[in-house]
Design a protein around this ligand. Sequence first.
Ligand code: PNS
Length: 180
Amino acid sequence: MATAVYPGSFDPITYGHLDIIRRAAEVFDKVIVGVLKNQTKTPLFNFEERVDMIREVVKDYPNVEVVSFHGLLIEFTKQVHADVIVRGIRAVSDFEYELMMAQTNKQLHPDVETMFFATSAKYSFLSSSTVRELAMFDGDITPFVPDYVRQKVYEKIDEHRQTEISGDPASGCQEGSGAD
Ligand code: PNS
C-alpha cells in the first residue's frame, strides 16, 4: 500500500493545490496533506485555520487525510509511514528549489522518494501569495479558491483591517516566496 505525503504551507489552499491532491489521490492508496506549522514568515492563517479549510475542501476524497506537522518534513514522512513525498511543479522557476529539497530529503532518508506532478497548465501561474495579495487589494479570488476558502480569506483580511484601524500594526499579510 503506497502512501504519499503532500506537504505545504497552504496559506490558503488554492485550486492548484487541490488539483495535485485529486490527482495524487488517484495514484496513491492514501494521501496525507501535511500542513507546515513552523514558518519563518508569519502566515495569514494559523495552522488550525489552514487545516480546517483543507479538511473542508477535501472532505469528498475518502483516501485523503489532513495533518499538521512541525519540524523536518522527512521526519514527519517517516512518522506517518509514507513512502513518497509529492510536490507540484508549476514552472522551471520552481525546479531549483524543489530539486534541492528532494535531494536533501533523499540524503536524510534514502528510502523516501520525492515525486513531482506537473501542475495543470490552467493553474501554472497560481500561488497562495497571489491569492492573498489579490484579496488584500479587493481583487476577485473566485476563480482561484473554493467558496469556503474565499469567504475565510475575505473575513481574515477584514479582521486585519479592523486590527490596523484599532492601532495594532501587526499584519499577517506578507510577500510570499512564490513557491507556495
Ligand atoms: O507550500 P510551500 O511553502 O512551498 O511548502 C514548503 C515545505 C513545507 C514543503 C518546506 O518548507 C518544508 O518541507 N519545510 C519543513 C522543513 C524541512 O523539512 N526543511 C528541509 C527541506 S530542504
